[in-house]
Design a binder for this molecule. Structure first.
Ligand SMILES: NC(=O)C1=CN([C@@H]2O[C@H](COP(=O)(O)OP(=O)(O)OC[C@H]3O[C@@H](n4cnc5c(N)ncnc54)[C@H](O)[C@@H]3O)[C@@H](O)[C@H]2O)C=CC1
Ligand SMILES: O=C([O-])CC(=O)C(=O)O
Length: 329
């Protein structure tokens, strides 16, 4: 067996953690031949609950699980990490303004970025799931100057998967029949799920549906509001599907995307599609050899352009807010 890959997970005693850790340890993240060591970060009051989760991990007797370390100090937990899944974040509570939320998360992602910078392995890949995911990733990236910027991603794969499920239901197909789905922008209600380049069994999805009204009044709002719909139904935010998407994103980044398809990943913009450089926004991406490329050359109609611009404007506003707080340059 090869050397275990060190996978750090923050917020490990939370809802998403309770699903995510077991998926990682069972081999869903890196495949059946790669042992993993879990390095789990929690805040001090949650360490006791985390102990219970670790007992359950032990009790699964996962053949690929080569050890579990836990702690409340990112400088220790991130030591030697090859992969960091930053899930733990400060949720918005009653009376909290957006600025308060960004500030509270800055207090988490600034030191975590610095700790990754100082202690992670050279090949570290970082994926932020904790909300507001794109801007939290920006904060972590800005505080890790020695790690290449492109190693900081945020999660929009859950939105991508939600869009696949909605399109499959509409077209009477399965998710296996659909390729080239794209989420653009922020993991927020302004995100733009774009089917104009998607294919259902090789046929252009927008042409097949031929129903702009369904796109505008059903598909796009359903995907944008799915998180809220789950909270309304379950009384808690999505957890198993968020863990699944976190696994999907990192697995594809490490192991590659299939020929002829792409996935949605929020990555630092390199200026592609005229999107301001540096902000972490969702693009169509292919991956190979542990690296990703933003798919180039897609034609954007006026409708798509306006939707993308609106979400990017929201991200620029978030960047300005965290700049004003001194959390990023
Ligand atoms: N990007 C996406 O698609 C999605 C993102 N989310 C977000 O993921 C985050 C986690 O969700 P849940 O697991 O349901 O929340 P949760 O509240 O059940 O768990 C979060 C955990 O993070 C821990 N935590 C807080 N500060 C920490 C720190 N500084 N270091 C380490 N751990 C820390 C808490 O103690 C808690 O155990 C939330 O921000 C949620 O909004 C949820 C669903 C989808
Ligand atoms: O909406 C929320 O709070 C959780 C989330 O990010 C999602 O389910 O997409």
């Amino acid at each position: 067996m090869s050397t275990p890959v060190k996978v750090a997970v923050t917020g490990a005693a939370g809802q998403i953690g309770y699903s995510l850790l077991f998926r990682i340890a069972s081999g869903s993240l890196l495949g059946p031949d790669t042992p993993v060591q879990l390095r789990l970060l929690e805040i001090t009051p949650a360490l006791k609950a985390l102990e219970g989760v670790v007992m359950e991990l032990d009790d699964c007797a996962f053949p690929l699980l080569a050890g579990v370390e836990t702690g409340d100090d990112p400088n220790v937990v991130f030591d030697g990490a090859n992969i960091a899944l930053l899930v733990g974040a400060r949720p918005r509570t009653k009376g909290m303004e957006r600025g308060d939320l960004l500030e509270a998360n800055g207090a988490i992602f600034k030191p975590q970025g610095a700790a990754l910078n100082a202690h992670a392995a050279d090949d570290i890949k970082v994926l932020v799931t904790g909300n507001p995911a794109n801007t939290n990733a920006l904060i972590a990236k800005s505080n890790a100057p020695d790690i290449p910027a492109e190693r900081f991603n945020a999660l929009t794969r859950l939105d991508h998967n939600r869009a696949l499920a909605q399109l499959a239901a509409k077209t009477g197909s399965t998710v296996n029949d659909i390729t080239k789905m794209t989420i653009w922008g922020n993991h927020s209600a302004t995100q733009y799920p774009d089917v104009f380049h998607s294919e259902v069994n090789g046929r252009n999805a927008a042409e097949l549906i031929d129903d702009q009204d369904w796109l505008e009044s059903t598909f796009i709002p359903t995907v944008q509001q799915r998180g809220a719909a789950i909270i309304a139904a379950r009384g808690a935010s999505s957890a198993a599907s968020a863990a699944n998407a976190t696994v999907d994103h990192m697995r594809d980044w490490v192991l590659g995307t299939p020929e002829g398809d792409w996935v949605s990943m929020a990555v630092p913009s390199d200026g592609s599609y005229g999107i301001a450089e540096g902000i972490i926004t969702s693009f169509p991406c292919t991956t190979a050899g542990g690296a990703y490329n933003i798919v180039q050359g897609l034609e954007l109609n006026e409708f798509s352009r306006a939707k993308i611009d609106a979400s990017v404007a929201e991200l620029q506003g978030e960047r300005e807010a965290v700049q004003a707080l001194g959390l990023v340059e």
